[in-house]
Write a protein that binds this ligand. Structure first.
Ligand code: KG4
Ligand code: ZN
Length: 351
């Protein structure tokens, strides 16, 4: 498949929607089907928020301010490019934490204004959705996307760049939130997904039959709030013996989340008639999810694409990439007024 406009351009991307400051530089090039990543750097605030058991928005904003310019400098040095060569500056416009988003938006606009170049605001979830195009073996359109981040759990039909149809989403907690909240109840650190997953390796997945809400409904919506309550109840029941049961609770929690995600994803493939699934977002790094999706997809002759582990969680490369892919297709809304706003709540299907 070929992009429409294949002129050479340098696009700087800035991500600051939550607790990661990410900056990257990508290049569109004649003859290249998809843009090429030249350099990227990232600073994660996980350690800073860990003491509070979750992201503290004000601390996040302040840290983005401290990190973003040095990260831009690092990226330009790694790519051996100068700021004056940048053609477009992209930033995450939403969804996310308002204050955190404003840091990226403000920085992008100040930088672009000083260079006399346009800015483009990118949807964070579109960045996740298109992150598999950073890999050497990108998927082809159309595909079903399972977007599983800390704040969103959605199944989308993706016809092409900018053509996203919401098939189903969570009606309460996101899958990542279910991992994080259950991890917190088990006394694990933040973010809880990787920690819970590691503890689960030492436990029995069938020790507790945790709820799998909406599993047998034909629609593609999810619900994870009940799981957190069930985990809480089990922790209380275990009382002083909790340390003995933690690994089993972790394994059973992970099994419940993964089971629902896999079954609903397979149902989305069957309902759309598509044979390609793309998994994006932090929870997409989960090993059990990958194993079970691969096995189930194989059974129905479908293929599953994942971004490389480093592109599953938030990063600047996916924002620069989404902007570059939109530019190639003539779909980027370039702005030179620099009158930026951010959209903390912004449905992807309404783009
Ligand atoms: O996409 P992401 O980096 O940020 C948002 O846009 O929200 O996703 C973060 C989420 C967190 O809930 C984190 O616990 C979860 O992804 N996560 C995982 C794993 N790695 C990250 N959940 C399960 N297993 C993992 N290996
Ligand atoms: Zn994200």
């Amino acid at each position: 498949m070929k992009g429409d406009k294949l002129t050479q351009m340098l696009i700087l991307g800035i991500e600051s929607s939550c607790d990661e400051t990410g900056v990257a530089l990508v290049q569109t090039e004649e003859g290249l089907v998809w843009p090429r990543l030249l350099a990227q750097h990232l600073h994660t605030q996980a350690a800073m928020h860990e003491a509070f058991g979750g992201v503290v928005p004000e601390l996040a904003s302040r840290d983005h301010i401290r990190r973003v310019i040095p990260l831009v400098e690092q990226v330009m040095a790694s790519a051996q490019q100068t700021l004056s060569k940048i053609d477009v500056v992209a930033f995450t416009r939403g969804p996310g934490l308002a204050g955190a988003l404003l840091v990226g938006a403000g920085t992008a606009c100040a930088l672009a204004a000083s260079l006399g170049k346009p800015v483009v605001g990118i949807h964070h979830l579109e960045g996740h959705l298109l992150s598999p195009f950073l890999s050497d073996d990108p998927p082809e359109f159309p595909f079903v996307a399972l977007l599983v981040t800390g704040g969103h759990t959605q199944l989308m039909r993706v016809q092409g760049i900018g053509q996203y149809e919401l098939l189903g989403e969570t009606i309460d907690d996101a899958a990542g939130e279910a991992f994080d909240k259950s991890a917190k109840l088990l006394g694990l650190g933040y973010p809880g997904g990787p920690a819970l997953s590691a503890l689960a390796n030492q436990g029995r997945a069938d020790a507790y039959a945790f709820p799998r809400p909406l599993l047998h409904q034909s629609h593609l919506d999810f619900s994870f709030a009940g799981l957190k309550t069930a985990v809480l109840t089990q922790c209380k029941k275990s009382g002083e013996d909790l340390p003995l049961h933690r690994a089993d609770i972790a394994a059973s929690t992970q099994a419940a989340i993964v089971d629902v995600l896999v079954k609903k994803s397979l149902r989305a493939l069957s309902q759309t008639g598509l044979k390609r699934l793309v998994v994006a977002g932090g929870v997409g790094a989960n090993k059990l999810l990958r194993q079970q999706l691969n096995a189930s997809a194989k059974g129905v002759g479908a293929t599953v694409h994942y971004p490389e582990a480093e592109w599953c969680t938030d990063n600047g490369a996916m924002i620069a990439m989404a902007a570059a892919m939109r530019l190639q297709k003539g779909l980027a809304e370039l702005d030179t007024t620099y009158a930026f706003d951010v959209l903390p709540r912004w449905p992807l299907a309404l783009m």
